[in-house]
Design a binder for this molecule. Structure first.
Ligand SMILES: [Zn+2]
Length: 412
């Protein structure tokens, strides 16, 4: 190697990973860690470049290294095991050609490198398209299954579905108007699937009455369903105790198909200008009862707090809550913050149509207060619009949620 080339290589070796990461603009810094898509394999956060530790790796390719040269070689497809590839990567790092053109890759080498890169990219694209297709297939299958469950459940006609009617009366303190059952259905023998049987088939571990509600989009089309198993004998929530094989209590509510970005209609018309929305069906039904089922209002549930609040811009340290980690140390607890994520996909959370000018959000009083307060703030900010009043109704202190409040009214 001539002195000139030696100096050139030394200069390239001295370039830090941080500088190289800036050079490849697809990468974004998150503290000491830079992440980004792999130039060959794609994937939003395939790369991890830690500029403090001075290491990088690409999870998609299984490649990695300790310096800017290896990172540049991965970016541009240089083969570091040959001289021309190594010098090419150095030239990429320094942003100028190899001095005197010495040891520079030949036309043929460059063509071969570019062909190699193009082939790898095409293969990665093909794999990504296939993965997308598979994802779409499973999404559609889950959606069809959910539709099958909802439309397979019985319509509750006047004088029928007494168990479901009684469940809602006990949980909300009010007899539900018939219009509620235009949306909410009932299945008297609803199977609870959990785990697999000794033959590897899905196992059914419980069968009983369930309330079946649809998840719809703003056009009213059904994309998913919400299942709630009911047992009137079990106080206070009137839901059965379903145990897995280890005796652990399982949730008695399940969601099927698509639910993010969707809503559960409980009472009223989507075209109403006033909407009242809670996380759970029982809660919004209780509020509807307290308001005497206003006919200018559409009452609906989001199904989960996450779907109501939407994704957060950041996490916040909880001022008082602590958790104990595996080694017995006290650690802070982080909760999703009050600001909505700026570039969130509208399909990632519950939406409200433009014509709604009065939106009432119902908070749960029985969840952790700060986490809930932040979530409700996110929902308020995310769903606010010019000419629309958005408010959050909190149940009285110590009352739990509106459903519990109304249950006490029934008992009392
Ligand atoms: Zn890669």
């Amino acid at each position: 190697m001539t002195e000139l080339i030696e100096a050139f290589v030394e200069e390239a070796r001295a370039v830090s990973l941080a500088v190289a990461a800036v050079q490849f603009s697809r990468m974004a810094a998150r503290g000491a860690e830079w992440t980004g898509a792999c130039p060959v394999m794609g994937g939003k956060d395939a790369y991890a470049v830690n500029v403090v530790k001075g290491v990088w790796n690409c999870r998609k390719c299984g490649a990695g290294g300790h310096d800017a040269i290896s990172l540049a070689a991965h970016e541009c497809g240089f083969d570091l095991s040959c001289r021309s590839g190594f010098l090419g990567a150095c030239a990429e790092v320094l942003g100028r050609p190899v001095p005197d053109g010495a040891g520079e890759e030949s036309e043929a080498e460059r063509a071969a490198r570019e062909a190699r890169l193009a082939k790898a990219r095409a293969e990665a694209e093909e794999r990504a398209a296939l993965a997308d297709k598979r994802k779409q297939y499973f999404r559609e299958r889950a959606m069809h299954k959910a539709r099958g469950i909802y439309f397979g459940a019985a319509l509750v006609m006047p004088g029928e579905g007494l168990e479901l009617r009684e469940y809602l009366r006990l949980r909300t303190g009010h007899d539900m108007p018939e219009a509620v059952f235009e949306s909410i259905r009932c299945d008297l023998r609803h199977t609870y699937w959990h785990g697999v049987d000794p033959f590897g088939r899905p196992a059914h571990i419980y069968t009983g009455t369930a309330m079946i509600a649809p998840f719809i989009d703003l056009t009213g089309k059904v994309y998913g369903c919400h299942e709630t198993w009911i047992d009137l004998e079990v106080e206070p929530k009137r839901r059965p105790v379903i145990l897995d094989e280890d005796g652990v209590s399982l949730p008695t509510k399940k969601m099927q198909g698509l639910h993010k970005g969707m809503l559960i209609p409980v009472l009223g018309d989507l075209r109403c200008c006033r909407w009242v929305v809670a996380e759970g069906i029982e809660n919004v039904a209780a509020v509807a009862g307290l308001e005497r089922f206003r006919d200018d209002t559409f009452y609906c549930a989001a199904g989960s707090l996450g779907n109501l609040a939407g994704p957060a811009a950041s996490k916040e340290k909880h001022p008082s809550e602590k958790r104990i980690d595996k080694r017995g140390f006290e650690r802070p607890v982080f909760v999703d913050g009050p600001l909505p994520k700026a570039d969130a996909d509208p399909a990632s959370a519950f939406q409200v149509p433009d014509h709604v000018d009065d939106l009432v959000l119902i908070a749960d009083g029985d969840s952790e207060r700060l986490m809930t307060a932040f979530a409700m703030k996110r929902a308020e900010l995310r769903l606010s619009a010019p000419g629309r009043v958005v408010t959050t109704d909190w149940p009285p202190q110590g009352a739990g949620d509106f459903s519990e409040l109304c249950m006490e009214l029934v008992d009392g």
